[in-house]
Ligand binder design. Structure first.
Ligand SMILES: NC(=O)c1ccc[n+]([C@@H]2O[C@H](COP(=O)([O-])OP(=O)(O)OC[C@H]3O[C@@H](n4cnc5c(N)ncnc54)[C@H](OP(=O)(O)O)[C@@H]3O)[C@@H](O)[C@H]2O)c1
Length: 269
């Protein structure tokens, strides 16, 4: 039945995670139709899951689906211009940087449009996907992959994108600690393993916590006069937290093309 079928345009890493979450070890997985680009990923998913198939082209994905997920890279969005949509369709975009108004324009006359922030953890159904607005057709998809976090305003939604795209600098930080250990004679492999296990032991439990208090965790990990305490103090004195915030504000400004123009992104929703 077309209305219940989920179509995906852009069959890359994110699409693979969503399809896996919707399908693996699920007794009643939804029918899914994939765009053909990303050929090896499409073929692998269709071979693994019986209710998944690959369309001949992008228009077939749109024609055969009630809900269409956009998992394209921002630079490939031009492909949407040539597609014909139906008014009753739900379209959900996971594309960073594509604002709601622009999304609605490129998929008109489809009237049910939403934006979502799934991450790779949807594959294991361990991520509640931020969704705005939480339209029934869109929520129905992500309720199957770990749940939905309804987002109230466009500004909040845009900030979530910026706030979650913050993992690469964390690895820079870990690489700095690795280099310190190597400079003091540890073999690189051993240093990397040590750093990884240390951070994993500290961060692992956060995945289970509903609203961890980061200021309290700093206190817990920084007994007065210890190395953690001194390092945190030295980094604050070097303005590292302030510079991190300034960098976040700059990324936000660029990603939203200045839509929320005030300093800190505090424009009205
Ligand atoms: N990965 C994440 O965790 C994540 C999380 C949230 C949001 N996002 C957003 O999701 C989008 C996809 O990310 P990704 O990591 O999955 O990227 P990706 O792995 O590069 O996947 C994009 C896919 O789109 C395909 N494609 C390119 N042109 C196409 C066209 N004209 N028609 C149909 N398909 C086309 C590509 O095929 P080819 O390989 O053949 O070029 C590729 O398979 C991005 O906008 C990203 O910002 C990703």
């Amino acid at each position: 039945m077309t209305s219940a079928r989920i179509g995906i345009l852009g069959t890359g890493s994110l699409a693979a995670a969503i399809v896996t979450g919707l399908s693996r070890d699920v007794t009643d997985p939804p029918e899914i139709v994939l765009s053909p680009r990303g050929a090896s990923t499409s073929a692998r998913l269709a071979a693994e899951f019986a209710q998944v198939r690959v369309a001949a082209d992008n228009q077939e994905v749109v024609d055969e689906s009630g809900t269409v997920l956009l998992c394209l890279r921002q630079g490939d969005l031009g492909v949407l211009d040539g597609l014909t949509w139906r008014a009753e369709q739900t379209v959900v975009s996971a594309v960073a940087g594509l604002g709601h108004e622009e999304l609605a324009r490129v998929v008109a006359p489809a009237a049910q449009v939403a934006r979502a922030v799934p991450i790779m953890a949807v594959a294991t159904r361990t991520w509640a996907t931020p969704l705005r607005p939480a339209l029934p057709g869109a929520a129905a998809v992500f309720e199957r992959t770990g749940g939905v976090l309804p987002v109230e305003t466009d500004k909040q939604f845009d900030a979530i994108y910026t706030g979650l795209g913050t993992i690469a600098p964390l690895f820079d930080y870990l690489a700095t600690i690795e280099a310190f250990l190597v400079d003091h004679g540890l073999p690189s492999d051993g240093a990397r393993t040590l750093v990884a296990q240390n951070i994993s032991a500290a961060l692992g439990p956060l995945g289970e916590a509903s609203a961890p208090d980061f200021a309290e965790l700093v206190r817990e990990h920084a007994p007065v006069g210890g190395g953690n305490d001194q390092l945190a103090t030295l980094l604050r004195q070097s303005a590292v937290p302030g510079q991190t915030r300034a960098a976040l504000d700059e990324v936000f400004r660029r990603q939203t093309s200045g839509r929320w123009a005030e300093a800190g992104g505090n424009g009205s929703p």
